[in-house]
Design a protein around this ligand. Structure first.
Ligand code: ATP
Length: 423
Protein backbone atom coordinates (compact mmCIF):
# COMPACT_ATOMS: atom_id res chain seq x y z
CA UNK A 1 0.00 0.00 0.00
CA UNK A 2 2.67 2.45 -1.06
CA UNK A 3 1.56 6.08 -1.09
CA UNK A 4 -1.90 5.11 0.08
CA UNK A 5 -2.29 8.53 1.69
CA UNK A 6 -2.05 10.30 -1.64
CA UNK A 7 -5.69 10.23 -2.65
CA UNK A 8 -6.99 11.32 0.78
CA UNK A 9 -8.05 14.79 1.84
CA UNK A 10 -5.71 16.86 4.02
CA UNK A 11 -7.54 16.34 7.29
CA UNK A 12 -7.67 12.56 6.91
CA UNK A 13 -3.97 12.50 6.06
CA UNK A 14 -3.11 14.58 9.11
CA UNK A 15 -5.18 12.32 11.36
CA UNK A 16 -3.42 9.24 10.03
CA UNK A 17 -0.02 10.87 10.51
CA UNK A 18 -1.02 11.80 14.07
CA UNK A 19 -2.06 8.18 14.71
CA UNK A 20 1.33 7.05 13.44
CA UNK A 21 3.22 9.37 15.75
CA UNK A 22 1.13 8.46 18.83
CA UNK A 23 1.68 4.75 18.07
CA UNK A 24 5.43 5.38 17.84
CA UNK A 25 5.50 7.38 21.08
CA UNK A 26 3.49 4.76 22.95
CA UNK A 27 5.54 1.96 21.41
CA UNK A 28 2.47 0.04 20.25
CA UNK A 29 1.21 -1.42 16.98
CA UNK A 30 -1.73 0.43 15.49
CA UNK A 31 -3.65 -0.34 12.29
CA UNK A 32 -6.24 1.23 10.05
CA UNK A 33 -8.98 -1.37 9.66
CA UNK A 34 -12.52 -2.12 8.48
CA UNK A 35 -14.56 -0.17 5.98
CA UNK A 36 -11.98 2.58 5.67
CA UNK A 37 -9.38 0.17 4.24
CA UNK A 38 -12.01 -1.45 2.00
CA UNK A 39 -13.05 1.92 0.58
CA UNK A 40 -9.47 3.08 0.23
CA UNK A 41 -8.82 0.14 -2.08
CA UNK A 42 -12.09 0.72 -3.91
CA UNK A 43 -11.26 4.45 -4.14
CA UNK A 44 -14.63 5.20 -2.56
CA UNK A 45 -15.11 8.13 -0.19
CA UNK A 46 -15.20 7.19 3.50
CA UNK A 47 -14.91 9.64 6.37
CA UNK A 48 -15.04 7.05 9.15
CA UNK A 49 -11.57 6.13 10.31
CA UNK A 50 -11.35 2.86 12.16
CA UNK A 51 -8.16 2.21 14.15
CA UNK A 52 -7.22 -0.92 16.07
CA UNK A 53 -4.40 -0.94 18.58
CA UNK A 54 -2.62 -4.00 19.88
CA UNK A 55 -2.59 -2.83 23.48
CA UNK A 56 -4.51 -0.16 25.31
CA UNK A 57 -6.87 1.43 22.79
CA UNK A 58 -8.44 3.75 25.33
CA UNK A 59 -5.06 5.25 26.31
CA UNK A 60 -4.30 5.74 22.62
CA UNK A 61 -7.70 7.37 22.09
CA UNK A 62 -7.25 9.66 25.10
CA UNK A 63 -3.96 10.94 23.71
CA UNK A 64 -5.62 11.47 20.35
CA UNK A 65 -8.51 13.46 21.82
CA UNK A 66 -6.08 15.48 23.94
CA UNK A 67 -3.96 16.44 20.92
CA UNK A 68 -7.02 17.35 18.85
CA UNK A 69 -9.03 18.93 21.65
CA UNK A 70 -11.96 16.76 20.51
CA UNK A 71 -14.57 15.09 22.70
CA UNK A 72 -14.09 11.40 23.39
CA UNK A 73 -16.98 9.00 23.87
CA UNK A 74 -15.87 5.82 25.66
CA UNK A 75 -17.64 2.45 25.25
CA UNK A 76 -16.34 0.45 28.20
CA UNK A 77 -17.84 -2.94 27.33
CA UNK A 78 -15.71 -3.39 24.23
CA UNK A 79 -12.78 -1.13 25.23
CA UNK A 80 -13.51 1.18 22.31
CA UNK A 81 -13.81 4.93 21.97
CA UNK A 82 -15.20 7.31 19.37
CA UNK A 83 -14.09 10.80 18.43
CA UNK A 84 -16.36 12.95 16.31
CA UNK A 85 -14.58 15.89 14.74
CA UNK A 86 -16.12 19.19 13.71
CA UNK A 87 -15.53 18.40 10.04
CA UNK A 88 -17.81 15.35 10.30
CA UNK A 89 -14.96 12.84 10.34
CA UNK A 90 -15.58 10.03 12.82
CA UNK A 91 -12.76 8.16 14.41
CA UNK A 92 -13.31 4.79 16.10
CA UNK A 93 -10.43 3.47 18.15
CA UNK A 94 -10.42 -0.01 19.70
CA UNK A 95 -8.11 -2.42 21.45
CA UNK A 96 -7.55 -5.52 19.32
CA UNK A 97 -9.82 -8.23 20.70
CA UNK A 98 -10.94 -11.79 20.36
CA UNK A 99 -14.64 -12.57 20.54
CA UNK A 100 -16.72 -15.55 21.72
CA UNK A 101 -20.41 -15.95 21.24
CA UNK A 102 -21.86 -17.55 24.39
CA UNK A 103 -25.06 -18.31 22.45
CA UNK A 104 -26.39 -17.54 18.97
CA UNK A 105 -27.49 -13.96 18.33
CA UNK A 106 -26.25 -12.79 21.74
CA UNK A 107 -23.64 -10.10 22.22
CA UNK A 108 -20.13 -11.57 22.22
CA UNK A 109 -17.78 -11.87 25.16
CA UNK A 110 -14.43 -10.30 24.50
CA UNK A 111 -10.86 -10.76 25.65
CA UNK A 112 -7.74 -8.90 24.51
CA UNK A 113 -6.21 -10.27 21.32
CA UNK A 114 -3.90 -9.44 18.45
CA UNK A 115 -4.63 -8.10 14.97
CA UNK A 116 -5.36 -11.56 13.59
CA UNK A 117 -7.97 -12.25 16.30
CA UNK A 118 -9.44 -8.85 15.67
CA UNK A 119 -9.66 -9.46 11.93
CA UNK A 120 -11.26 -12.86 12.47
CA UNK A 121 -14.12 -11.39 14.53
CA UNK A 122 -15.15 -9.23 11.57
CA UNK A 123 -18.08 -9.79 9.26
CA UNK A 124 -16.66 -10.21 5.75
CA UNK A 125 -13.27 -10.67 4.13
CA UNK A 126 -13.56 -7.26 2.44
CA UNK A 127 -13.98 -5.64 5.89
CA UNK A 128 -11.20 -7.62 7.56
CA UNK A 129 -8.13 -6.00 6.01
CA UNK A 130 -5.73 -3.70 7.86
CA UNK A 131 -2.99 -1.22 7.03
CA UNK A 132 -0.11 -0.97 9.50
CA UNK A 133 0.56 2.46 10.97
CA UNK A 134 3.76 1.77 12.87
CA UNK A 135 6.85 -0.41 13.16
CA UNK A 136 7.63 -3.05 10.56
CA UNK A 137 4.02 -3.06 9.34
CA UNK A 138 3.90 0.66 8.56
CA UNK A 139 2.16 1.18 5.22
CA UNK A 140 1.69 -2.58 4.69
CA UNK A 141 -1.67 -4.11 3.76
CA UNK A 142 -2.42 -7.05 6.05
CA UNK A 143 -4.99 -9.30 4.48
CA UNK A 144 -5.41 -12.57 6.41
CA UNK A 145 -8.65 -13.61 4.70
CA UNK A 146 -8.11 -12.67 1.03
CA UNK A 147 -10.21 -9.54 1.16
CA UNK A 148 -8.32 -7.99 -1.71
CA UNK A 149 -9.09 -10.94 -3.94
CA UNK A 150 -12.77 -10.74 -2.99
CA UNK A 151 -12.83 -7.03 -3.72
CA UNK A 152 -11.40 -7.78 -7.12
CA UNK A 153 -13.88 -10.54 -7.87
CA UNK A 154 -16.72 -8.52 -6.24
CA UNK A 155 -17.64 -11.08 -3.58
CA UNK A 156 -19.11 -10.82 -0.11
CA UNK A 157 -17.66 -13.68 1.93
CA UNK A 158 -18.01 -14.53 5.61
CA UNK A 159 -14.95 -15.71 7.51
CA UNK A 160 -16.46 -18.88 9.01
CA UNK A 161 -19.64 -20.89 8.56
CA UNK A 162 -21.26 -19.87 11.87
CA UNK A 163 -20.88 -16.18 11.22
CA UNK A 164 -24.59 -15.48 10.56
CA UNK A 165 -25.66 -17.68 13.47
CA UNK A 166 -23.32 -15.86 15.86
CA UNK A 167 -24.47 -12.48 14.69
CA UNK A 168 -27.56 -12.45 12.45
CA UNK A 169 -27.30 -8.68 11.92
CA UNK A 170 -24.55 -9.63 9.45
CA UNK A 171 -27.35 -10.84 7.15
CA UNK A 172 -28.49 -7.24 6.77
CA UNK A 173 -24.89 -6.11 6.36
CA UNK A 174 -24.18 -8.72 3.66
CA UNK A 175 -27.17 -7.53 1.64
CA UNK A 176 -26.25 -3.88 2.18
CA UNK A 177 -22.68 -4.24 0.92
CA UNK A 178 -23.69 -6.55 -1.91
CA UNK A 179 -26.21 -4.06 -3.24
CA UNK A 180 -24.13 -0.97 -2.51
CA UNK A 181 -21.11 -2.14 -4.46
CA UNK A 182 -22.93 -4.32 -6.99
CA UNK A 183 -21.11 -7.37 -5.63
CA UNK A 184 -22.44 -10.90 -5.18
CA UNK A 185 -22.77 -12.83 -1.95
CA UNK A 186 -20.55 -15.81 -2.79
CA UNK A 187 -22.25 -19.26 -2.94
CA UNK A 188 -21.13 -20.70 0.43
CA UNK A 189 -21.89 -17.46 2.22
CA UNK A 190 -25.30 -17.38 0.53
CA UNK A 191 -25.98 -20.95 1.63
CA UNK A 192 -25.14 -20.03 5.23
CA UNK A 193 -27.20 -16.87 5.02
CA UNK A 194 -30.25 -18.79 3.80
CA UNK A 195 -29.77 -21.39 6.50
CA UNK A 196 -29.70 -18.66 9.17
CA UNK A 197 -32.84 -17.18 7.61
CA UNK A 198 -34.57 -20.59 7.71
CA UNK A 199 -33.64 -20.87 11.38
CA UNK A 200 -35.30 -17.47 11.86
CA UNK A 201 -32.14 -16.07 13.36
CA UNK A 202 -33.14 -12.48 12.64
CA UNK A 203 -36.33 -12.93 14.64
CA UNK A 204 -34.20 -14.19 17.52
CA UNK A 205 -31.98 -11.12 17.56
CA UNK A 206 -32.50 -8.18 19.85
CA UNK A 207 -34.72 -5.75 17.87
CA UNK A 208 -32.60 -2.71 18.71
CA UNK A 209 -29.58 -4.33 17.10
CA UNK A 210 -31.68 -5.04 14.02
CA UNK A 211 -32.82 -1.42 13.97
CA UNK A 212 -29.18 -0.27 14.04
CA UNK A 213 -28.47 -2.30 10.89
CA UNK A 214 -31.81 -1.66 9.18
CA UNK A 215 -31.49 2.13 9.28
CA UNK A 216 -28.18 2.05 7.31
CA UNK A 217 -29.92 -0.15 4.70
CA UNK A 218 -32.59 2.53 4.32
CA UNK A 219 -29.93 5.22 4.10
CA UNK A 220 -28.20 3.58 1.14
CA UNK A 221 -28.40 5.28 -2.26
CA UNK A 222 -29.78 2.10 -3.81
CA UNK A 223 -32.55 1.65 -1.29
CA UNK A 224 -35.11 0.07 -3.59
CA UNK A 225 -32.61 -2.56 -4.74
CA UNK A 226 -31.72 -3.20 -1.13
CA UNK A 227 -35.32 -3.75 -0.14
CA UNK A 228 -35.95 -6.09 -3.08
CA UNK A 229 -32.97 -8.21 -2.14
CA UNK A 230 -34.02 -8.26 1.51
CA UNK A 231 -37.43 -9.48 0.44
CA UNK A 232 -35.92 -12.14 -1.79
CA UNK A 233 -33.49 -13.49 0.79
CA UNK A 234 -35.06 -13.04 4.22
CA UNK A 235 -38.41 -11.26 3.98
CA UNK A 236 -39.60 -8.78 6.56
CA UNK A 237 -40.92 -10.99 9.36
CA UNK A 238 -38.08 -9.73 11.53
CA UNK A 239 -39.80 -6.33 11.42
CA UNK A 240 -43.34 -7.64 11.72
CA UNK A 241 -44.77 -11.02 10.81
CA UNK A 242 -47.57 -9.46 8.78
CA UNK A 243 -45.21 -7.31 6.73
CA UNK A 244 -44.93 -8.13 3.03
CA UNK A 245 -43.71 -6.04 0.15
CA UNK A 246 -46.71 -5.77 -2.14
CA UNK A 247 -46.53 -4.31 -5.68
CA UNK A 248 -48.36 -1.30 -4.19
CA UNK A 249 -45.55 -0.83 -1.67
CA UNK A 250 -42.99 -1.01 -4.43
CA UNK A 251 -44.78 1.71 -6.40
CA UNK A 252 -44.90 3.83 -3.24
CA UNK A 253 -41.19 3.29 -2.67
CA UNK A 254 -40.35 4.51 -6.15
CA UNK A 255 -42.65 7.49 -5.81
CA UNK A 256 -41.10 8.29 -2.41
CA UNK A 257 -37.67 8.25 -4.02
CA UNK A 258 -38.76 10.80 -6.65
CA UNK A 259 -40.33 13.04 -4.00
CA UNK A 260 -37.18 12.95 -1.88
CA UNK A 261 -35.10 13.88 -4.94
CA UNK A 262 -37.56 16.64 -5.85
CA UNK A 263 -37.43 18.10 -2.34
CA UNK A 264 -33.65 17.98 -2.07
CA UNK A 265 -33.24 19.61 -5.46
CA UNK A 266 -35.90 22.27 -4.92
CA UNK A 267 -35.06 23.13 -1.31
CA UNK A 268 -31.38 22.34 -0.77
CA UNK A 269 -31.18 24.77 2.13
CA UNK A 270 -34.16 23.60 4.17
CA UNK A 271 -33.58 21.39 7.15
CA UNK A 272 -32.18 17.95 6.34
CA UNK A 273 -34.66 15.21 5.62
CA UNK A 274 -34.59 11.85 7.34
CA UNK A 275 -35.07 10.04 4.04
CA UNK A 276 -34.65 6.66 5.69
CA UNK A 277 -37.75 7.39 7.77
CA UNK A 278 -39.80 8.07 4.64
CA UNK A 279 -38.72 4.70 3.21
CA UNK A 280 -39.49 3.00 6.48
CA UNK A 281 -42.97 4.54 6.59
CA UNK A 282 -43.47 3.41 2.97
CA UNK A 283 -42.40 -0.09 3.91
CA UNK A 284 -44.85 -0.22 6.84
CA UNK A 285 -47.65 1.41 4.88
CA UNK A 286 -49.84 -1.68 4.54
CA UNK A 287 -49.68 -2.54 8.25
CA UNK A 288 -52.44 -1.66 10.69
CA UNK A 289 -51.75 1.14 13.19
CA UNK A 290 -51.64 -1.42 16.00
CA UNK A 291 -48.81 -3.32 14.24
CA UNK A 292 -46.90 -0.14 13.49
CA UNK A 293 -47.11 0.86 17.15
CA UNK A 294 -45.70 -2.51 18.11
CA UNK A 295 -42.81 -2.15 15.59
CA UNK A 296 -41.97 1.29 17.02
CA UNK A 297 -42.03 -0.09 20.58
CA UNK A 298 -39.89 -3.14 19.78
CA UNK A 299 -37.33 -1.24 17.75
CA UNK A 300 -37.23 1.49 20.41
CA UNK A 301 -37.04 4.29 17.90
CA UNK A 302 -36.25 7.68 19.32
CA UNK A 303 -39.37 9.55 20.41
CA UNK A 304 -39.35 11.97 17.46
CA UNK A 305 -38.95 9.12 14.99
CA UNK A 306 -41.82 7.03 16.37
CA UNK A 307 -43.99 10.14 16.51
CA UNK A 308 -43.40 10.94 12.83
CA UNK A 309 -44.09 7.34 11.78
CA UNK A 310 -47.37 7.21 13.71
CA UNK A 311 -48.50 10.70 12.75
CA UNK A 312 -48.19 9.75 9.11
CA UNK A 313 -50.10 6.52 9.62
CA UNK A 314 -52.89 8.15 11.58
CA UNK A 315 -53.38 11.21 9.42
CA UNK A 316 -52.50 10.43 5.81
CA UNK A 317 -55.93 9.26 4.72
CA UNK A 318 -57.80 12.10 6.40
CA UNK A 319 -55.43 14.67 4.94
CA UNK A 320 -55.66 13.22 1.45
CA UNK A 321 -59.44 13.23 1.80
CA UNK A 322 -59.51 16.88 2.85
CA UNK A 323 -57.10 17.95 0.12
CA UNK A 324 -59.08 16.04 -2.48
CA UNK A 325 -62.05 18.42 -2.15
CA UNK A 326 -62.35 21.16 -4.69
CA UNK A 327 -61.04 24.65 -3.95
CA UNK A 328 -59.12 24.08 -0.72
CA UNK A 329 -58.17 27.46 0.70
CA UNK A 330 -54.49 28.13 1.52
CA UNK A 331 -55.33 28.58 5.21
CA UNK A 332 -56.83 25.09 5.20
CA UNK A 333 -53.79 23.62 3.43
CA UNK A 334 -51.62 25.27 6.03
CA UNK A 335 -53.64 24.01 8.99
CA UNK A 336 -53.59 20.45 7.60
CA UNK A 337 -49.91 20.26 6.69
CA UNK A 338 -48.07 22.58 9.05
CA UNK A 339 -48.36 20.22 12.06
CA UNK A 340 -46.92 17.30 10.05
CA UNK A 341 -43.27 16.41 9.56
CA UNK A 342 -41.68 17.00 6.15
CA UNK A 343 -41.21 13.24 5.94
CA UNK A 344 -44.95 12.59 6.35
CA UNK A 345 -45.92 15.34 3.89
CA UNK A 346 -43.56 14.01 1.22
CA UNK A 347 -44.89 10.50 1.61
CA UNK A 348 -48.45 11.79 1.27
CA UNK A 349 -47.32 13.55 -1.92
CA UNK A 350 -45.76 10.29 -3.10
CA UNK A 351 -48.89 8.32 -2.30
CA UNK A 352 -51.36 10.65 -3.92
CA UNK A 353 -52.10 10.30 -7.59
CA UNK A 354 -54.24 13.42 -7.51
CA UNK A 355 -52.46 16.29 -9.32
CA UNK A 356 -54.40 18.83 -7.27
CA UNK A 357 -53.08 17.38 -4.01
CA UNK A 358 -49.55 17.42 -5.37
CA UNK A 359 -49.96 21.07 -6.33
CA UNK A 360 -51.35 21.98 -2.87
CA UNK A 361 -48.38 20.29 -1.23
CA UNK A 362 -45.90 21.94 -3.58
CA UNK A 363 -47.57 25.31 -2.78
CA UNK A 364 -47.30 24.54 0.91
CA UNK A 365 -43.53 24.08 0.68
CA UNK A 366 -43.13 27.07 -1.63
CA UNK A 367 -45.40 29.64 0.01
CA UNK A 368 -47.12 28.73 3.24
CA UNK A 369 -44.71 26.60 5.24
CA UNK A 370 -43.39 28.54 8.24
CA UNK A 371 -45.48 31.60 7.37
CA UNK A 372 -45.99 33.86 10.37
CA UNK A 373 -47.47 37.22 11.13
CA UNK A 374 -45.61 40.47 11.76
CA UNK A 375 -47.74 42.04 14.51
CA UNK A 376 -47.07 41.15 18.12
CA UNK A 377 -48.89 41.42 21.44
CA UNK A 378 -47.20 44.79 21.87
CA UNK A 379 -48.84 46.07 18.70
CA UNK A 380 -52.23 44.95 19.95
CA UNK A 381 -51.65 46.75 23.25
CA UNK A 382 -50.65 49.90 21.40
CA UNK A 383 -53.96 49.69 19.55
CA UNK A 384 -55.66 49.78 22.94
CA UNK A 385 -56.67 46.11 23.03
CA UNK A 386 -56.33 44.86 26.57
CA UNK A 387 -54.27 41.65 26.90
CA UNK A 388 -56.37 38.50 27.10
CA UNK A 389 -56.85 35.03 25.69
CA UNK A 390 -58.56 36.45 22.58
CA UNK A 391 -55.12 37.67 21.41
CA UNK A 392 -54.61 34.13 20.05
CA UNK A 393 -57.87 34.35 18.12
CA UNK A 394 -56.83 37.66 16.57
CA UNK A 395 -53.42 36.26 15.58
CA UNK A 396 -55.08 33.22 14.02
CA UNK A 397 -57.43 35.41 11.97
CA UNK A 398 -54.52 37.56 10.74
CA UNK A 399 -52.56 34.46 9.73
CA UNK A 400 -55.60 33.06 7.95
CA UNK A 401 -56.08 36.30 6.01
CA UNK A 402 -52.39 36.38 5.18
CA UNK A 403 -52.38 32.77 3.97
CA UNK A 404 -55.43 33.41 1.84
CA UNK A 405 -53.60 36.32 0.21
CA UNK A 406 -55.89 39.05 1.54
CA UNK A 407 -53.10 40.91 3.35
CA UNK A 408 -49.31 40.79 3.33
CA UNK A 409 -47.54 43.75 4.98
CA UNK A 410 -47.50 44.73 8.68
CA UNK A 411 -49.51 47.87 7.89
CA UNK A 412 -52.17 45.71 6.27
CA UNK A 413 -52.18 43.45 9.32
CA UNK A 414 -52.76 46.47 11.60
CA UNK A 415 -55.53 47.76 9.37
CA UNK A 416 -57.07 44.28 9.34
CA UNK A 417 -57.11 44.20 13.16
CA UNK A 418 -58.89 47.54 13.29
CA UNK A 419 -61.47 46.15 10.90
CA UNK A 420 -62.17 42.90 12.78
CA UNK A 421 -61.84 44.07 16.38
CA UNK A 422 -64.74 45.94 17.94
CA UNK A 423 -63.46 48.29 20.65
P1 ATP B 1 -20.05 1.79 6.13
O1 ATP B 1 -19.31 2.18 4.87
O2 ATP B 1 -21.46 1.45 5.88
O3 ATP B 1 -19.85 2.71 7.27
P2 ATP B 1 -18.34 -0.01 7.59
O4 ATP B 1 -17.73 -1.30 7.13
O5 ATP B 1 -17.41 1.10 7.92
O6 ATP B 1 -19.38 0.41 6.47
P3 ATP B 1 -19.36 -0.05 10.28
O7 ATP B 1 -20.72 -0.48 10.69
O8 ATP B 1 -18.91 1.31 10.61
O9 ATP B 1 -19.31 -0.36 8.74
O10 ATP B 1 -18.33 -1.09 10.88
C1 ATP B 1 -16.94 -0.89 10.88
C2 ATP B 1 -16.24 -2.23 10.79
O11 ATP B 1 -16.55 -3.01 11.94
C3 ATP B 1 -16.67 -3.08 9.60
O12 ATP B 1 -15.92 -2.77 8.46
C4 ATP B 1 -16.42 -4.47 10.09
O13 ATP B 1 -15.05 -4.82 9.97
C5 ATP B 1 -16.73 -4.37 11.58
N1 ATP B 1 -18.11 -4.77 11.89
C6 ATP B 1 -19.18 -3.97 11.99
N2 ATP B 1 -20.28 -4.66 12.31
C7 ATP B 1 -19.89 -5.95 12.42
C8 ATP B 1 -20.57 -7.15 12.75
N3 ATP B 1 -21.87 -7.18 13.00
N4 ATP B 1 -19.82 -8.29 12.79
C9 ATP B 1 -18.50 -8.26 12.54
N5 ATP B 1 -17.82 -7.16 12.22
C10 ATP B 1 -18.49 -6.01 12.16
Amino acid sequence: MKNYLNGLNRELKQLILLAQSIALEQGISAYLVGGFVRDLILKAKNLDLDIVVEGNGIKFAEEFSCRLGAKLIRHKRFATATLILRSGIKLDIASARKEFYPKPAALPQVIPGNLRDDSYRRDFSINAMAIGLSGKDAGRLIDYFHGQEDLRSKKIRILHSLSFIDDPTRILRAIRFEQRYNFKIEPDTLKNLKKAARLKMLEKTEPQRLRDELIPVLKEKTVLKQIKRLRELVGFAFINKRLLLSPKNRVLFKAAESQINWFKKTYPKRRGLDSWLIYFMALLDSLATRDIKSVCRRFAFRKGEAKRILNYKQSNRVIMGELHRSQVKPAKIFSLLEPLSYEAILLIKAKSKDKKINKYIADFFKIYNGMCISVSGDDLRKLGILPGPYYQGIFAKILQAKLNGKISTKEQELAFIKKIYRY
